[in-house]
Design a protein around this ligand. Structure first.
Ligand code: COA
Ligand code: MG
Length: 291
C-alpha cells in the first residue's frame, strides 16, 4: 500500500460516458471509485454526446460515487483539448490521462489545471499502457514526490500494452507480469496508488477472483474493472484478510508489551519481527478499517 493513499482504491470501475444507465447507478455501487470514460469505450462519432452526458450527470446527480475520475482522450487526438477543458470545469476527484509517454505529458496537463486555478483536490492519474511509458516509468513516477504535479496514481493499461508490443495475453498473464511488477515498483518509488489492469472476460468470476488475488499479491492497491459484478470480488481481494489482521494485531500487541519497549527486534511465534514489521502491521490495520 502506498504511503500516500489515505482512502481505498480496491475497486475502480470504468463506465463509458455514453452509458446513461450506468452513470445513473454509479453512486449506488460499492466500488471505491468510478472512471467515467471519454476515451476508448466511446466511439469517435459519439465523443460529443459522451461529453454532453458527462456534463449533465455532474450537474444533476443527487449522490456522488466514493470517488469520480474522468478519463479523457489524449491531447494528441482531436478530442483531447475539449475533453480536458470540460473535465477540469467539472472538478472531479481525478482526471486520468491515457497514452502517457513521458513526464511532460503529466506536467502539461497539470499546467492546464493550474492555469484555470482548478482546486488541488483534482488529481491526475496516468495510464501506463505504451512502450515509451514503460521505459520512462521511473521518471513518470518520480512526479509523485512533487505534490505540485498532482499525480496520484498509475493505472496499468494491459490491453493497449498488448496491442502496442505484440505480447500474447494468456490467462496467467505470464508475459505481462514483468511490466505489471515494474508498475507497482515505480508507484512505490513515487508514493503513488497502483491499479492493476482490467480483465476482459467479465463473466468468468472464478478466474477474476484469481486474477485479483494475484494483483493483490503483486502489491497493487486495487484493480480496474469493467463490470459491476467484479466489484465485490475486488473489494475482498484487496482488503486485508482476517488472518492478515490477526497477525498484524499480534505484532502491534507484542511491541506494546513493556518488556519489548525500546527493542528493535523481537521473537514472535518462532519468527523474527522488526520495527519495520510494526510499521507494516499498523498500515495494514489502517487499511482493514476501510473494509
Ligand atoms: N458500469 C456500470 N454499470 C454497468 C457496467 C459498468 N461498467 N457494465 C454493465 N453495467 C450494467 C448495465 O448497464 C446493466 O444494467 P441495466 O440492466 O440497468 O441496463 C447491468 O450492469 C448488466 O449488464 P450486462 O448485460 O451484464 O453487461 P452488458 O453486456 O450490457 O455490457 C460491457 C458488457 C463489457 C459492454 C459493459 O460492461 C461495459 O461497457 N463495460 C465498461 C467498458 C469500458 O468502460 N471500457 C473502457 C476501459 S477498458
Ligand atoms: Mg487504453
Amino acid at each position: 500500500m502506498s504511503a500516500s493513499a489515505d482512502r481505498p482504491f480496491r475497486s475502480v470501475l470504468y463506465m463509458p460516458a455514453t452509458n446513461t444507465r450506468a452513470l445513473a447507478k454509479a453512486a449506488t455501487l460499492a466500488s471505491d471509485a468510478v472512471i467515467v470514460d471519454l476515451e476508448d469505450a466511446v466511439a469517435p462519432d459519439e465523443k460529443a454526446a459522451a461529453r454532453k452526458n458527462l456534463k449533465g450527470w455532474f450537474e444533476t446527480r443527487a449522490a456522488k460515487p466514493a470517488a469520480t475520475i474522468i478519463r479523457i482522450n489524449a491531447p494528441s487526438t482531436e478530442w483531447g483539448a475539449d475533453d480536458l477543458v470540460l473535465a477540469r470545469s467539472l472538478e472531479p476527484d481525478g482526471i486520468l490521462l491515457p497514452k502517457v509517454d513521458t513526464p511532460r505529458d503529466i506536467l502539461e496537463a497539470g499546467d492546464a489545471l493550474d492555469d484555470e486555478a482548478v482546486p488541488e483536490t483534482v488529481k491526475l492519474w496516468a495510464m501506463i499502457e505504451t512502450p515509451k511509458a514503460m521505459l520512462n516509468l521511473g521518471a513518470i513516477a518520480e512526479l509523485g514526490r512533487d505534490p505540485g504535479s498532482r499525480l496520484a496514481g498509475l493505472v496499468a493499461g494491459t490491453n493497449d500494452l498488448a496491442k502496442d508490443t505484440g505480447v500474447l495475453m494468456t490467462p496467467d498473464r505470464r508475459y505481462l507480469l514483468p511490466w505489471l511488477m515494474q508498475i507497482v515498483l515505480a508507484a512505490r518509488a513515487g508514493g503513488l496508488v497502483a491499479l492493476d489492469g482490467v480483465m476482459n472476460e467479465f463473466r468468468d468470476l472464478d478466474a477474476f477472483g484469481r486474477e485479483c488475488a494475484e494483483g493483490a499479491a503483486m502489491g497493487f492497491d486495487g484493480k480496474t474493472l469493467i463490470h459491476p459484478a467484479q466489484i465485490e470480488p475486488a473489494n475482498k481481494a484487496f482488503s486485508p484478510s482476517q488472518t492478515d489482521v490477526a497477525e498484524a494485531r499480534a505484532i502491534v500487541d507484542a511491541f506494546a508489551r513493556p518488556e519489548n519497549a525500546g527493542k528493535g527486534v523481537i521473537s514472535l511465534d518462532g519468527r523474527m519481527v522488526e520495527r519495520l514489521h510494526l510499521a507494516q502491521a499498523e498500515r495494514l490495520l489502517g487499511r482493514a478499517t476501510w473494509a
